[in-house]
Design a protein around this ligand. Structure first.
Ligand code: NI
Length: 217
């Protein structure tokens, strides 16, 4: 199978698997992360097949929609890639990237490192920032029936991963618990540069939000 055929098959598999997914974690999130990852990979000398497959498959069974089960995603991705007869080394690498990519409160150390993980993780983090990040955050908050903001419930940065997963805090808190921390967690030079603009946009948005909250204009 050619590179294009592998990517095309994987794309179709992911689109089908994520039909009906929450709007911030659907096929279009995958599409954006895939495009970002390809852009970053070009500057970072990463293996493009591994990067594309990991980007396409990274949320195939996101733990936050599967009762915290972190083994299901890598397993589903591996089983699918085997049906395409993809090289075992590539499958193993893609599975390891999927196991290590997510934020989980920012408190969990990586058990694996590679240029390709760095690229895909940066792409996934960039899609949690800026205008898209804001849209996804409020969509997820609505999906979980969270309050938009509550001045009586302050943010709690540095939660352990289980507390973070089960948090019912207002959506605005998520900016202080995760989104504004991402800029300093970027792995690649390209990712860092792209993160600056998205970070500044979120700060401007929050500034406006709190002005309007208190009835100012
Ligand atoms: Ni993702």
């Amino acid at each position: 199978m050619t590179h294009e055929e592998i990517i095309d098959n994987t794309r179709q598999f992911v689109e089908t698997s994520l039909a009906g997914a929450e709007g911030g974690h659907d096929w279009w999130h995958i599409y954006r992360v895939w495009k970002l990852a390809v852009n970053i990979a070009a500057a970072e000398k990463a293996d493009i097949l591994v990067v594309e497959l990991a980007a396409l498959l990274h949320d195939i069974a996101d733990a936050k929609f599967h009762d915290g089960d972190e083994t299901k995603g890598p397993r589903m991705a591996g089983e699918f890639l085997q049906t395409l007869n993809v090289d075992e080394h590539v499958i193993d690498h893609v599975s390891k990237i999927i196991s290590n990519i997510s934020f989980k409160g920012g408190q969990v150390a990586r058990t694996f490192s590679s240029a390709e993980l760095s690229v895909v993780q940066d792409a996934d983090r960039l899609d949690a920032m800026g205008a898209i990040g804001i849209a996804r955050t409020f969509n997820y908050g609505g999906f979980r029936n969270r309050e938009i903001y509550n001045p009586g419930i302050p943010p709690v940065p540095g939660m352990d991963k289980e507390t973070y997963r089960l948090s019912q805090a207002p959506t605005i808190n998520h900016f202080y618990e995760k989104l504004l921390l991402l800029k300093d967690l970027m792995n690649t030079g390209t990712g860092k540069r792209m993160a600056e603009r998205r970070h500044d946009f979120m700060l401007a948005y929050l500034d406006e939000f709190f002005r309007e909250w208190e009835g100012e204009n």
